[in-house]
Structure formats: structure tokens, C-alpha cells
Ligand binder design. Structure first.
Ligand SMILES: C[S@@+](CC[C@H](N)C(=O)[O-])C[C@H]1O[C@@H](n2cnc3c(N)ncnc32)[C@H](O)[C@@H]1O
Length: 271
């Protein structure tokens, strides 16, 4: 496990994932019943952007640093959360900040140091459980939640060559265990071919009600670069496409410098 998210915290991909995540948690909270948010690849919870890892790459300069001042309206709640939490928040910190008393967070992290940091961060928090366990195994073991309502964020590091295949299998497992669950999976867009294969695998597996929000900063033609990213939703909450489009537009207008940047909401399988 070589991937350490601290090098990439706050980059454009984090901003996209987290801005949509905030909307998703809020959308799930339209109903009063409690829910579980399962963050299968949680990271450390917080990153010091002044620390050596983030400073080494400087990726956040082209990401969150461009959003902090006078954020466009669709990004306002997300940016306010980032500002309000002090250190730069990762997905479990954002989710925790949004939980109501009836909600809970289960966060899995396999890297020993990152898991230890995450555990320290949430020690004594009765609404958060931190697990040192493999995400793919946890999708079977921790679902369905007792609440029968939940959001699952799957955010792998894509270190392994077969990560898209594992992700497709993980989504099928999670959906099989928890058919009513809202599943959100982040994926990189370097070039189109692996993304098309991933989408086709989900269609072939028979998953219904699948959409993907995608943002690319330049045409995805160079397989060696992170040109864009997507968030794929199974069972998206009502109004996702209508809400995601202006969020993606706002991100593109602030974060993209190239004329061939773009964004899209794709419906991959009908309800
Ligand atoms: C992209 S980062 C997560 C970032 C975090 N979700 C966020 O948005 O702030 C992926 C994380 O997954 C962890 N990881 C990698 N393989 C894993 C596995 N099989 N099970 C659980 N965690 C894993 C890595 O150590 C890394 O911290």
C-alpha cells in the first residue's frame, strides 16, 4: 500500500467528490429516519495542507485553494464546511460534520498509519466506528445497516491494475447486500477506454438506476495523467442530476484552465 492521500488532498478530484458528497448526505437527510454512512476507503480524516506531503505536490493550489474565496452558490455549503473544520477535511470528517444525532458513520481504512490517525481522530465519538479492515470485505460484512437506510462511499486509490474490476464487483456485492442503499463510487478519468469498460460491466451485471457525474479539466487523452474524474451513483437520491449539474459547472468554471474541459451527467441504467 503505497498510496497516501495526503499528497493529493484538496486537489480538483477531492473537491468534486466532496462537493457531491455533501449534497448526497443532505439529500438523504430529507427523511427523518437515521442512516448509516459507510466510508469504505476513508483515509486519515484530516490533512494539514501546510504539511510536507501536501506541500510536496502542491495539488491543492489548483483545487480547494481556488474555491475558498467567494465560492459560487452551488459550492457554498461544501466550502463553508472546509473553512469551518480547520485542517483540510477528508471524506470522514465532512460526513461526521453533517451527521444528525440519529445518523452514524462507519469508516474503514487499511493502511496502518492512516487507520491509527483516523481512530485517534474519532476516539470517544459514539456516532463513529473506525475499522481496520479491507473495504471490499467490509462491503459484504457491514451491509445492510440496521437502519435500513444508508449511503456508501467507495473511494479506492487505483493503485492496482484491476481496481475498476474490483470496484464493479464491490458495487455488485454492496447492492446485493443492500438493494435500497445509495452507492457512490469515485473513479479516475485518465482516458476513456477503462471508464467505458467499467460502465459496461455494471450494465452487464444488471444494476438498475445508475448515473455518473463526470468532470474533466482537459480532454482525457493522456493515459498517464489524471485528466478528470467521475462519481458513479446507484440509487441516486431524487434530484441528483439537477443538483449535480450546477455543482460541476461551478467546479469547472473555477478549476479548469483548458478550453476542452467539460462535465456531464450520464444515465447508465434506467430505474
Ligand atoms: C483516495 S484515498 C481516500 C480518501 C478519502 N475517501 C477522502 O475523500 O478524503 C484511498 C484510501 O483507501 C485506503 N485503502 C487502500 N486500499 C484499501 C482497502 N482494500 N481497504 C480499505 N482501505 C484501503 C488507502 O490507504 C487510502 O487512505
Amino acid at each position: 500500500m503505497n498510496y497516501r492521500h495526503a499528497y493529493h488532498a484538496g486537489n480538483f478530484a477531492d473537491c468534486m467528490k466532496h462537493a457531491l458528497l455533501v449534497w448526497l448526505v443532505r439529500a438523504m437527510q430529507r427523511k427523518p429516519g437515521g442512516m448509516l454512512v459507510l466510508d469504505s476507503h476513508a483515509g486519515t480524516g484530516f490533512t494539514d495542507l501546510a504539511g510536507p506531503e501536501a506541500q510536496r505536490t502542491g495539488e491543492f493550489h489548483a483545487g480547494i485553494a481556488r474555491l475558498l474565496d467567494d465560492p459560487p452558490a452551488p459550492l457554498a455549503e461544501y466550502v463553508a464546511l472546509v473553512r469551518g473544520l480547520g485542517l483540510y477535511p477528508g471524506s470522514p470528517a465532512l460526513i461526521r460534520a453533517l451527521l444528525r444525532p440519529q445518523d452514524r458513520l462507519a469508516a474503514c481504512e487499511l493502511h496502518p498509519e492512516d487507520h491509527a490517525a483516523l481512530r485517534r481522530r474519532f476516539r470517544g465519538d459514539r456516532q463513529v466506528s473506525v475499522h481496520h479492515r479491507d473495504a471490499w470485505e467490509a462491503l459484504g460484512a457491514l451491509l445492510p445497516p440496521a437502519e435500513r437506510r444508508g449511503l456508501v462511499l467507495i473511494d479506492p486509490p487505483y493503485e492496482a491494475a484491476d481496481e475498476f474490476t474490483r470496484l464493479a464487483a464491490g458495487l455488485v456485492t454492496a447492492h446485493g447486500r443492500f438493494p435500497a442503499g445509495v452507492l457512490a463510487a469515485w473513479y479516475p478519468i485518465k482516458h476513456r477506454a477503462p471508464v467505458r469498460t467499467f460502465h459496461a460491466a455494471l450494465r452487464d451485471a444488471g444494476l438498475r438506476d445508475v448515473v455518473a457525474a463526470e468532470l474533466w479539466l482537459r480532454a482525457p487523452l493522456d493515459a498517464a495523467r489524471l485528466n478528470g474524474c467521475g462519481l458513479l451513483l446507484v440509487n441516486p437520491p431524487y434530484g441528483f442530476a439537477e443538483a449535480a449539474a450546477p455543482i460541476l459547472d461551478a467546479l469547472r468554471s473555477r478549476l479548469a484552465d483548458e478550453p476542452d474541459a467539460g462535465s456531464d451527467i450520464l444515465r447508465l441504467a434506467e430505474e
